[in-house]
Design a protein around this ligand. Structure first.
Ligand code: G1P
Length: 308
């Protein structure tokens, strides 16, 4: 019997109402916050329970109806490409041993042949530059950007929620996922301020990347899920370096907001910043406790450690 945690229903493509077909995954980052784990291994391959981070976000995008997956990689990231390839020897051995469940798990983890593109960000110039590196592959259509170190634990996933919430918005709308963070953490994120609101969606009034402490316009952080119009690429092409000396996506969005609408979506679900040690550990516990095959044992172990 296969474990329910691997059921493929979240992997089935569905026709998303905004017709967002492509998602960009910037995976060139150095992962300095979790060294030495990421010295020889990409941070996107860090494992939450039994799947690498990159698999979670690809599955989230598939659930949202994304059909093509664009990875912006860098040096030492080849294993990400291998992860989504078919491993012939492993497959053959599993077949010979009658391990059908494992074979199915592997098959489900792979997007369709030809549905992935890999391009390189040759220098670490920032998130905005990484997204710009995908311009030729994305072309002239709206697209999603998904940052793999941010995981959201929810069904439906964050991107599907965004696309559904945004389907009522006009053409040429841009959408960002947002979540409130404690005031003392606003300097670590892109922050936006809220204009006219309808339920969980609001018009974004202003955005700022990593505002110095005490200057943030709100505590609503941009959480690593974006739906952007292709005009962002023209702005990124000339975007100056911003916060941290990097070419920032947020700065290009500020430019695009002069001519197009930006909406924020407060999504449902628990967000985990897995690029930090504490966030990574928390995600493992949270995702482990959701797994029917693991939760009872994990709960018992945790009680032991907590001395309950
Ligand atoms: C990036 C974005 C920032 C966003 C954050 C979410 O920052 O630039 O606006 O809030 O991701 O994780 P980074 O974490 O790459 O410094």
């Amino acid at each position: 019997m296969r474990s329910t945690s691997h059921t493929p229903n979240h992997c089935k493509a569905y026709d998303n109402p905004m017709k967002i077909r492509k998602a960009v995954f910037p995976v060139a980052g150095l992962g300095t916050r979790v060294l030495p784990a990421t010295k020889a291994m990409p941070k996107e391959m860090l494992t939450i329970v039994d799947k690498p981070l990159i698999q979670y976000v690809v599955d989230e995008a598939r659930e949202a109806g994304i059909e093509h997956f664009v990875f912006v990689t860098g040096r030492n990231k080849g294993v990400i490409e291998d992860h989504f390839d078919r491993m012939f020897e492993l497959d053959t051995t599993l077949a010979q041993r009658g391990k059908k469940t494992e074979q199915e798990i592997l098959a489900e983890s792979q997007p369709a042949a030809g549905a992935m593109s890999f391009t390189r960000q040759q220098s670490p110039l920032g998130l905005g530059h990484a997204v710009w590196c995908a311009r030729d592959i994305v072309g002239n259509e709206p697209f999603a950007v998904v940052l793999p170190d941010e995981l959201v634990l929810n069904t439906p996933g964050c991107l599907k929620q965004m696309i559904e919430a945004a389907s009522a918005l006009g053409d040429k709308s841009n959408v960002i996922a947002v979540e409130a963070v404690p005031d003392e953490l606003t300097h670590q994120y892109g922050i936006c301020s809220v204009g006219k609101r309808t339920g969980r969606i609001f018009e974004v009034d202003a955005m700022v990347e990593k505002p110095p402490q005490g200057t943030a316009p709100s505590n609503l952080s941009i959480t690593g899920r974006y739906i952007l119009q292709p005009e962002i690429f023209d702005i990124l092409a000339t975007q100056e370096r911003g916060a941290g000396g990097e070419i920032q996506l947020t700065d290009a969005m500020i430019g695009l907001a002069k001519t197009q609408k930006f909406y924020g979506v407060e999504f449902e679900g628990e967000r985990h910043d897995c690029g930090s040690k504490a966030g990574f550990l928390r995600a493992n516990i949270a995702f482990g406790l959701k797994r029917p095959d693991l939760r009872d044992g994990l709960r018992a172990e945790m009680k032991k450690y907590l001395g309950e």
